[in-house]
Write a protein that binds this ligand. Structure first.
Ligand SMILES: Nc1ncnc2c1ncn2[C@@H]1O[C@H](COP(=O)(O)OP(=O)(O)OP(=O)(O)O)[C@@H](O)[C@H]1O
Length: 366
């Protein structure tokens, strides 16, 4: 049985439909990430799960309890937010202990034991009596994490908890959050617009746009098999190249014509495309699927190198053609000696091609 479930959530904010028929389930021990661009409804969804916002329609289920109309404090959730949400008048101990003290069910020495254990884990042991206002942003966020850690919550919710922190601290706190999650073995829902974070942390990632789920799956599935044009253009850095193309059948297999090139599709596509019948498609080319091609190769896209960006272990090359700018990732060294202005011919490894219906923008599946 899933331990956290939202069913058909709808939320209108002013005249904006912030959450539009959203459903997903998170199992015990699963780290579930809500990923999407700014304004897609991630925070609103989390606020509904927490009980800080009432949905216009739909249900929130935690364990075997429908909690939709319960106040936040009765939902037994651990929450960590971007704006730490700490009490400035209290010290570190007071903030971490507050939730347990307020519920009044945990003996004082047990609270003390839990707070000290969490503080030690988070390197806050020496700061327990410090006023919150004396702490750095990273320390405050660790206190907020510690406050969630001392609770035995039924589910844990995180809303962009790391976005105010520098990269080194972010990396460390990611590990702390995952350690907390693994220890508690409860469902966790983590909101972020940072796909590196989403992919590094999530067992399952839900991509949201305009308040709707676009795709739910493990990170590698979103990259390998994006369900639609939005996901294809959103995940990956750089994301998949998306081009309009015309399909043509030749000798029983298919070729996609785009950018003055004839790109052969693997034979596995043939039955699907025969049934599909349409000519016009959107072609997706993974940036890591490009290969250098030789002169006269019909299956090569030709363009001018616009930009060469060396990264750690790989190089991103941008190629300008008559009507598109394409991104290619080469393992460091494979790009050769390219400089902006050079003419470059690139072929595509056929397994790196994806096709989407031109109108519905949904993926076609071979
Ligand atoms: N009171 C309001 N009236 C109208 N629209 C609102 C109101 N509050 C929020 N919105 C809009 O609802 C949408 C969803 O907001 P939400 O904060 O859930 O998005 P988000 O995905 O978490 O974005 P971010 O990553 O920027 O925090 C946004 O477009 C926001 O501008």
């Amino acid at each position: 049985m899933p331990s956290l479930e939202v069913r058909g959530l709808v939320k209108r904010l002013g005249d904006h439909l912030a959450v539009d028929d959203l459903s997903f389930t998170v199992d015990d021990g699963e780290f579930f990430v809500l990923l999407g661009p700014s304004g897609c409804g991630k925070t609103t969804t989390l606020r509904i799960i927490c009980g800080l916002e009432q949905p216009d329609a739909g249900e929130v289920v935690v364990g075997d309890r429908v909690v939709t109309s319960l106040p936040s404090r009765e939902r037994n959730l651990g929450m960590v937010f971007q704006e730490y949400g700490l009490y400035p008048s209290m010290d570190v101990f007071g903030n971490m202990a507050y939730g347990l003290q307020a519920r009044g069910r945990t003996p004082k020495d047990e609270i003390e034991r839990r707070v000290r254990a969490a503080a030690d884990r988070l390197d806050l042991g020496a700061l327990l009596t410090s006023p919150i206002t004396d702490l750095s942003g990273g320390e405050q966020q660790r206190v907020a994490l510690g406050r969630a850690m001392v609770k035995d919550a039924d589910a844990y919710l995180f809303d962009e908890p790391l976005s105010n922190l520098d990269p080194k601290l972010r990396y460390r706190l990611r590990r702390d959050i995952l350690a907390l999650h693994r220890e508690k073995k409860r469902p966790s829902v983590y909101v972020t617009h940072d796909q590196t974070e989403a992919f590094a942390m999530g067992d399952v990632v839900a991509v949201l746009a305009n308040g709707r789920v676009q795709q739910i799956g493990p990170p590698e599935e979103l990259v390998e098999r994006p369900a639609n044009v939005f996901v294809a253009g959103f995940v990956g850095s750089p994301p998949m190249n998306l081009l309009s193309a015309r399909l043509a059948a030749t000798d029983g297999s298919y070729v996609a014509h785009s950018q003055n090139a004839a790109l052969p599709l693997p034979p596995a596509w043939t039955p699907t495309l025969r049934e599909y019948g349409k000519e016009q498609v959107t072609l997706g080319i993974r940036p890591d699927a490009w290969v250098r091609a030789s002169d006269g190769d019909e299956a090569a896209v030709v363009g001018e190198v616009a930009d060469v960006e060396p990264l750690i272990g790989e190089t991103v090359v941008r190629l300008r053609t008559a009507d598109a700018t394409l991104a290619a990732i080469f393992h460091a060294g494979e790009e050769g000696d390219l400089t902006p202005g050079d003419t470059l011919r690139m072929g595509v490894a056929p397994e790196g091609l994806r096709l989407f219906d031109h109108d519905s923008e949904q993926a076609l599946v071979p």
